[in-house]
Design a protein around this ligand. Structure first.
Ligand SMILES: [Zn+2]
Length: 229
């Protein structure tokens, strides 16, 4: 009896994932870890794994982006600075939502942003203001530097991070992290929802509560660690 039980457990742990991988077992794409990420699908427990798989696979990553309205140009690998090579990067133009300026981004960061925009940012804007965000204001993604006060390379050094300072709504109203985060009105409520939603999409999300250096922006990145502050 013990042996049968052990066999069943082993089958569950190794057999089921193998069967899904080999396509012997047909599961819906949302629940198949090896199916390409679909930006339109509601994020699930598998989404971080699907995002992680995009890191070393530009083809798979662009397949994921094709399920979003993202407008971008794929960039050839390059080394704009000696110790900051850029790999698997794109120039992001727009995503339905506009950006205050185009920016360089790794493909996984772009995919995480597309998920965030669709499943967190716009839902928060509709919930709080009853209208969409039309522009995301940022202060850049790529900067060949280390983390302030540390030796460690910043995710900005590989264009794997974005600093967001505010949002413009359809009626022209501007929401600013610096001005509106400390408040208690609807703009503050909106920013808190956006911060929470960012934590679900990006590996790292740092806002004004983290430290004084972040009082005026949300830092989001797709580095190795997971952090939500
Ligand atoms: Zn940053």
């Amino acid at each position: 009896m013990r042996r049968v039980l052990l066999l069943l457990v082993l089958l569950g742990v190794f057999g089921v994932p193998l069967a899904v991988y080999q396509q012997w077992l047909d599961v819906p794409p949302r629940w198949n870890p090896w199916a390409p990420l679909d930006i339109r699908a509601t994020p699930s427990l598998l989404t971080p794994f699907k995002l992680w798989r995009l890191e070393d696979d530009p083809g798979l990553c662009q397949q994921a982006l094709a399920t979003s309205p993202l407008r971008y140009t794929a960039l050839a690998d390059s080394s704009p600075a000696a110790d900051c090579p850029l790999e698997n990067t794109l120039r992001i133009q727009a995503l339905g939502v506009r950006f205050s300026s185009s920016f360089i981004s790794t493909c996984p960061l772009a995919a995480a942003f597309a998920l965030f925009e669709r499943h967190a940012l716009q839902t928060a804007a509709q919930e709080v203001f009853g209208q969409p965000v039309v522009q995301v204001e940022h202060v850049g993604s790529f900067a060949c530097r280390s983390i302030a006060g540390s030796q460690r390379r910043s995710q900005h050094a590989s264009a794997n991070a974005l600093d967001i300072v505010g949002f413009r709504l359809q009626d022209g109203r501007r929401i600013s992290v610096l001005r509106d985060w400390p408040g208690e009105g609807e703009a503050a409520r909106f920013l808190r929802l956006v911060h929470k939603g960012a934590c679900a999409s990006f590996n790292v999300t740092l806002g004004p509560e983290y430290n004084a250096a972040h009082r005026d922006h949300f830092h989001v990145d797709m580095g190795l660690f997971r952090m939500c502050r």
